[in-house]
Design a protein around this ligand. Structure first.
Ligand code: V47
Ligand code: SF4
Length: 368
């Protein structure tokens, strides 16, 4: 038994070495190879491989942008178990901002150098596609040059269904009214059984993918996320990454992949706890390696915190998102400490502190 274990172990080491050589030779790795890396590869080796792939894609550059968020409401028709954000109407922590208040918040950035507004929120039962089209138009009247990155596939599915439109026509209408990029939220974990357990009412996995595919066909780029560190297995993570990689092969419309670590405060899954830092780094690295057709991996500093973000940049991430300016509540409500605000100087010194080169980008990764 003892000797069998040693032989098995060395078998695994040989397989990992073969996979490492394949990665360095720019070959795509398979589902089983991805799972093996997650389960058995030394973390240092994963970091080395992921950083090498990152360097081949973006050299020593790390991207950031000047952005702010608008969260019109946290009232939502869904009840995802991991969500600390949604509150019922009437709750002291619930909000539904009137249009003039939203526009007042946008106007604060009129003479700033912000290049992007990120608009997402709960799926409000009383708001519809015309409301959001009007909102985008009004935002553009205040800051004509700003890029509107808005609405998760979950919000989009709801407003398009309510309007009785096809996905294509609904997304075209949103595009015609100012939608320029779709954020990656709502992907969670694609495995249907686990999805039904943690977010039963939410947009089904195939519909999430179809919405992003249709957006790409219309020339609207998007991001993709994965909620990890809860009840999912490594097989579930690789399945999620595989579905994204397959779609990206067809459309090439995804800009960045953003792993989102499950945070446990103030939601119905608290007992699950949070995974350690080593697991975050393993996840960044395997994601960078597996998603060979994704140009960027984003370490969203608001979710991961500044110290983990610095480490993520050595495990394959090449983007840290933006200034944000204390304008999002999703992660503070889920237990992340500190206000989500970083100046451009803070962002650039974070990147320089790990020996990399900060580069300001716009939403489409054009360098500024
Ligand atoms: O879809 C909700 C996640 C997402 C929790 O595209 C949680 O550039 C962890 O997608 N613990 C929304 N995560 C945020 C998002 C995003 C953020 C920044 C940039 C971009 C982009 C996208 O937040 C949701 C869900 O996966 N989330 N609750 C929680 N307790
Ligand atoms: Fe609603 Fe989004 Fe929270 Fe789910 S995660 S309950 S869709 S706000």
């Amino acid at each position: 038994m003892f000797y069998n274990d040693i032989i098995k172990k060395s078998d695994i080491e040989v397989r990992i070495k073969d996979i490492a050589l394949k990665i360095l030779d720019n070959q795509r790795i398979s589902f089983d190879e991805g799972v093996l890396l997650f389960k058995d590869a030394p973390l240092g080796l994963l970091g080395m491989l992921a950083f090498e792939i990152k360097k081949r894609k973006s050299g020593m550059k790390v991207f950031y942008n000047r952005n702010f968020h608008i969260e019109p409401t946290n009232i939502c028709v869904n009840a995802c178990k991991f969500c600390s954000y949604k509150k019922p109407k009437g709750d002291a922590q619930a909000w539904e901002l009137p249009l003039d208040e939203i526009l007042r918040r946008v106007a604060v950035y009129k003479n700033s150098q912000a290049t992007e507004v990120h608009i997402v929120g709960g799926v409000h039962p009383e708001r519809d596609i015309d409301y959001y089209c009007n909102l985008m138009q009004e935002v553009k009247k205040i800051i004509p040059g700003i890029v509107v990155k808005a609405f998760t596939a979950v919000e989009i599915e709801y407003m398009i269904n309510k309007a009785g439109l096809s996905l294509y026509d609904g997304l075209k209408k949103l595009k015609d009214n100012g939608l320029e990029c779709i954020p990656g939220g709502g992907a969670e974990i694609f495995d249907e059984t686990l999805r039904a357990e943690i977010c039963p009412e939410k947009t089904k996995s195939d519909v999430w993918l179809k919405i992003h595919q249709t957006a790409h066909q219309l020339g609207i780029p998007s991001n993709a996320t994965m909620l990890y560190g809860h009840k999912e297995s490594y097989e579930n993570r690789i399945d999620h990454l595989s579905r994204l990689r397959d779609l990206q092969d067809k459309t090439h419309g995804f800009s960045a992949f953003i792993p989102l670590k499950y945070r446990k405060e103030n939601n119905s899954m608290t007992e699950v706890g949070e995974v350690p830092l080593t697991e975050d780094l393993r996840n960044y690295a395997v994601s960078r390696i597996f998603l060979d057709n994704f140009p960027h991996i984003k370490a969203y500093w608001v979710m991961s915190g500044q110290e983990t973000t610095k480490l993520a940049l050595q495990y394959g991430a090449d983007d840290i998102d933006g200034t944000v300016n204390d304008s999002t509540k999703i992660y503070t409500m889920a237990g992340v400490e500190g206000k989500p605000v970083m100046t451009v100087e803070d962002l650039t010194s974070l990147i320089k502190s790990v020996g990399l080169t900060p580069v300001e980008r716009d939403t489409f990764y054009n360098e500024i």
